[in-house]
Design a protein. Structure first.
Length: 83
C-alpha cells in the first residue's frame, strides 16, 4: 500500500490535481483539476491491482477564458492523505 500511496502522490503532482485520499476500508480518492488530467489519472490507477475500484461521481464546471482553474477549486490545490 505504501507504493500505491507514493505512486498516487506522484501522479497527482504530475497532473496538477488536488484533493484527498483515505486509505483503508472504505478508502476514497477524490481529485480535482483539469478534466482530461482527471480522466488520465483515473485511467492510470485503474490499471493497478485493486480489490475494488469504482468511479462514484463526476462533476464538470465551465471555466471561462481569462480565469484560472485554481480560482475555482473547492479542494486543496495539493493532494492530502486523511484519516
Amino acid at each position: 500500500a505504501n507504493s500505491k500511496r507514493r505512486d498516487i502522490a506522484t501522479l497527482t503532482s504530475r497532473y496538477k490535481l488536488g484533493g484527498y485520499m483515505k486509505i483503508g476500508w472504505p478508502g476514497i480518492i477524490l481529485v480535482e483539476g483539469n478534466e482530461m488530467d482527471c480522466i488520465t489519472f483515473v485511467d492510470d490507477i485503474k490499471r493497478w491491482r485493486w480489490q475494488q475500484l469504482q468511479v462514484r461521481g463526476e462533476e464538470q464546471k465551465v471555466i471561462l477564458d481569462g480565469t484560472s482553474l485554481d480560482s475555482h477549486r473547492k479542494l486543496p490545490q495539493h493532494f492530502e492523505e486523511i484519516g
